[in-house]
Design a protein around this ligand. Sequence first.
Ligand code: PRP
Length: 173
Amino acid sequence: MIVGKPLFTTHQIQNRVQELAGRISHDYAKKELLVVGILKGAFMFFSDLVRNIEVPLTLDFIIASSYMKTQSTGEVKVFYDIRGDISESHVLLVEDIVDTGITLNHIRERVIARGPKSLKICSFLDKRERRIVDVPMDYIGFEIPNEFVVGYGLDYENRFRNLPYISIFKKKA
Ligand code: PRP
């Protein structure tokens, strides 16, 4: 297994996260946010993002999974969901990557069914070439080519999530 040199360095990531948090703080001025991280992949981006958002917020998580190794199973399993009533909440969903869009579409519909006051979506990475289901996104960190990436929360078989940068991952021939 090979993890290549960074596609995005820690420095580039931190700059971009600050820009996104600045836009979010501006867009939600005078509102209170419910920021919801989609685990496990979003854990690092989520924690950097909320540290830089400057409006009052509460937070929660959704734990969902659809991938086996590098392939989407197409079936989204939810292991934990937002607690309590969200009908008075401005929800911001935070994802690490949108690939086929199947996971986010499933989660978005699930959250909408609970009637939040508003719903926006922020994803750190967007692999648009691979999209099967179109999902509206409000904040995107970086658009990436059709390569399997790891680091900054993203995994291969649950490994490499701790890398503080994003790398292209290749299996040895
Ligand atoms: C990854 C990632 C997204 C989803 C994107 O999650 O975190 O949630 O896949 O892929 P899609 O757009 O094709 O649905 P995964 O199922 O690997 O779980 P994880 O977050 O625990 O790594």
